[in-house]
Design a protein around this ligand. Structure first.
Ligand SMILES: Cc1cc2nc3c(=O)[nH]c(=O)nc-3n(C[C@H](O)[C@H](O)[C@H](O)COP(=O)(O)O)c2cc1C
Length: 186
């Protein structure tokens, strides 16, 4: 097999596509923000923990450290525009929620708001730990509430047809999954 060499500085490109999330947080002044995040994974079931890599330069970094809370929104495919906008603009310069004309409602448990239109599944989180990780900080957070739009899960498994996921392919490109499902026998 002939391999194609890739610079290790480009290694993240080899891991795409990533599911795309919008993460809300709120500052002491009560102004809420949304950041687009692709580097987010579950890391524990009991207790329920997830990890998310955020650059310290992001406006959201300060809001999350200050409030200790955030809400993860799993973004549907039809919200690619909002995801790119929130991933290209900073809350330092623009009120992204207002500019996009989005409504937000209070979180059930946390102070950060929920923006129903840009999410199909919602995870309210409380920051537990901050781990230095090169040019990003890894936030480890406990999921303190989780809920979905009706029909998101079918028999406990995601119904892709009900809510096609937004996958980040790279740069400004997004995709979604094919609806073909396999269930291999092993
Ligand atoms: C698809 C996509 C995924 C992104 N994933 C991350 C990520 O995982 N971590 C991060 O720090 N920034 C990520 N970004 C960049 C931030 O979303 C971007 O810098 C944003 O403008 C920061 O907003 P804020 O300054 O209001 O917090 C991503 C951007 C896009 C478009």
């Amino acid at each position: 097999m002939d391999f194609e060499e890739v610079s290790v500085s480009q290694f993240t490109r080899l891991l795409h596509p990533y599911p795309t999330f919008l993460v809300s947080s709120v500052g002491r002044d009560g102004r809420a923000n949304l950041i687009t995040i692709a580097w987010l994974i579950p890391v524990s079931v009991r207790p329920p923990l997830l990890a998310m890599a955020v650059r310290r330069e992001r406006y959201s970094y300060g809001l999350i450290v200050e409030s200790g809370e955030f809400v993860v929104h799993a973004v549907p495919f039809d919200r690619a525009r909002e995801a790119l906008f929130c991933g290209r603009r900073s809350g330092r310069d623009v009120d992204k929620i207002a500019t996009l004309g989005l409504e937000s409602v209070p979180g059930r448990v946390v102070k950060a708001p929920v923006v129903p239109e840009v999410g199909v599944a919602f995870l309210e989180c409380r920051l537990q730990q901050e781990v230095e990780a090169g040019d990003h900080v890894l936030f480890i957070a406990e999921v303190v509430a989780a809920y979905t739009r009706p029909g998101f899960l079918e028999d406990g498994v995601r119904d892709l047809a009900a809510a096609p996921p937004l996958l980040h392919v790279g740069g400004p490109r997004f995709a979604t999954t094919a609806l073909e499902i396999v269930e291999p026998e092993v």
